[in-house]
Every structure is written in structure tokens, then in C-alpha cells.
Design a protein around this ligand. Structure first.
Ligand code: GLU
Length: 285
């Protein structure tokens, strides 16, 4: 024991002497200090490409269109950000459960994937300011006896793995039988096949599932919203140069009307996915 303690003390003294402790001594892919280290922003500019994790089956945020192109509201926001950085945009599909690991492992620089800024997720990644505001709701077959989250007691409800929706519904109604799928379309398929009686996630995602369906009128979104889901973009931890760049770009988009223009394009009254804009971005003077 004594020998071990001595060895640890020696190692610590040596480490201090060499200056290898503290936040500057992290391994690649882990936290980096704000000032002393290179920012991801510099890396992206040098590389000439911003690699972004996006959803590919979640209209209107990120989905494959009729021309087999990956498009959507969050993808357009990212295009503007990449343009502002003066780089190209490369998209990588992510799911609710892969998006955080892909960011922490460095396979993407940023994630814009219907992701709620949860305090518990801050232990792994950082978030930008809110770029979209939503709340969780329920999608059911029209005429269903399920009218709110309370009615899910003893019923099967589908959602996606790694989502806040999964945890929120278990908390809101511990009697509900929650079935977690890889993504929301398989959960919706289960609803169509009668394997679950409801699908639960953010209301705008439910609007996307319902209105993309060949028979949208067969489905109904019920129960209002029972949570708050402020979407932020996921960014590498402790890199304020990168994070501020994205935040300032989002603010610029809001102030210039570019945000409203893109919102109108994807969720305006003349679109398939009409979702009224009812919140305001945090604007720094
Ligand atoms: N916004 C929620 C979340 O971040 C649900 C949607 C999703 O799974 O992407 O988990």
C-alpha cells in the first residue's frame, strides 16, 4: 500500500512538473480547452467541409424527397451555416440513438436532428441556442379512445430509442407499455399494423408522419403537448469559438428574415407540414 501511495505521489509530481494535467491534457475526441487548442471551426475551414448529422426520415426536418435528395428545414439551416463558414456541407444520417455518439466520436462536426436540448445531454455534448421549439404529443388512429397520455394505461405506445419521448412518456404515464423502435417510421408502421395503439414524440414529427402518409385523414394528433422540447444543434464540448459562430449565424438568420423564409418554405401555411411559428429565438444584442 505504502509503495503504491509513493508511486502515485511521484507520478503526480512528475505530471505537474511536465504540465500535462488539467483540461489541456485531454485525448483527441475528448474535451478541448477553449483558448489554447484549435477550434473545430478552424479544422472545418481547413478541411473545406462541414460534416453534419441529420435525420433522414423525419419530414420536414430531414428526409429523402421524391428526387432521392436529403432535404429539410434543419438541412437548410445547416447549408446557411456552412456557406457562412465558406465551406461545403456533407450530410450523414443519424438516428435518435446514434447522434450523440457520432458527435463525441468526431464522425460529425455538428448535429441538427430534432434534438432537444436536455440538461442531462450536456454531460456529453454542448448545444447551440434553440433553433426550434416543440412539445410531445400522441398520434392515434382517428376515432381512437386514446385522447391523452392518461389513456395510455395498459396500452402499447411506440416511440424511438434514445429519444426524450421514450423517457417522457414513461414518466407521464408509468402504466403505459412503451415500445422503442429504431426510428419513428417503424413505430408508425406498428401503429398501422395494430401492434401499438399510439405513437408518441414531438408534435411536429407526428405532423410529418401523418401528412406524409398516403391517407393522412386516417390519423389524428391528440392530447395537446405534455412536455417542452427546445431543439438545439449539438456541437463539440468546450469549443466556444465554434459554438458562438453557429449561435451568431442563427441569430443573424432570425434577424435578417432568412429563418422565417426557410420556416415558411418547410412549415408555412402552403406546405404539407403546416406548423404555426409560435416561439421567438433568444437574440443577443
Ligand atoms: N426531440 C426529442 C429528442 O431529442 C424527440 C425527437 C427525436 O427523437 O429526435 O429526443
Amino acid at each position: 500500500m505504502k509503495k503504491q501511495t509513493l508511486l502515485v505521489a511521484l507520478a503526480l509530481t512528475l505530471a505537474l512538473a511536465l504540465g500535462v494535467t488539467g483540461c489541456g491534457g485531454s485525448k483527441s475526441g475528448e474535451k478541448k480547452a477553449d483558448s489554447a487548442q484549435t477550434s473545430r471551426l478552424d479544422e472545418v475551414k481547413k478541411r473545406g467541409v462541414l460534416v453534419a448529422g441529420v435525420k433522414d426520415a423525419t419530414p420536414p426536418f430531414g428526409f429523402v424527397d421524391d428526387n432521392k435528395q436529403l432535404v429539410g428545414f434543419e438541412i437548410d439551416l445547416l447549408k446557411y451555416i456552412a456557406d457562412k463558414m465558406g465551406v461545403k456541407l456533407e450530410l450523414k444520417p443519424v438516428t435518435s440513438s446514434t447522434r450523440i455518439p457520432m458527435l463525441t466520436q468526431g464522425s460529425v462536426d455538428i448535429v441538427a436532428a430534432t434534438m432537444t436540448h436536455k440538461q442531462e445531454r450536456e454531460s456529453q455534448i454542448d448545444f447551440t441556442i434553440t433553433h426550434f421549439m416543440d412539445g410531445q404529443s400522441l398520434l392515434v388512429k382517428k376515432g381512437s379512445s386514446i385522447k391523452s397520455v392518461k389513456d395510455l394505461s395498459g396500452k402499447k405506445v411506440g416511440t424511438a430509442k434514445g429519444s426524450t419521448s421514450e423517457k417522457n412518456v414513461m414518466k407521464a404515464n408509468p402504466q403505459a407499455q412503451v415500445l422503442s423502435f429504431e426510428d419513428y417510421p417503424p413505430a408508425f408502421l406498428a401503429l398501422k399494423q395494430g401492434k401499438v395503439e399510439a405513437v408518441t414524440t414531438d408534435s411536429s414529427i407526428l405532423v410529418g408522419l401523418k401528412n406524409k402518409d398516403e391517407n393522412p385523414d386516417a390519423w389524428e394528433i391528440v392530447g395537446g403537448t405534455f412536455t417542452e422540447e427546445p431543439y438545439g444543434m449539438g456541437v463539440p464540448q468546450n469549443d466556444s469559438k465554434f459554438r458562438n459562430f453557429v449561435n451568431n449565424t442563427l441569430i443573424e438568420m432570425w434577424r435578417s428574415g432568412e429563418y422565417a423564409k426557410l420556416y415558411e418554405k418547410w412549415m408555412g401555411p402552403n406546405t404539407k407540414y403546416h406548423i404555426p411559428l409560435t416561439w421567438k429565438m433568444e437574440l443577443w444584442p
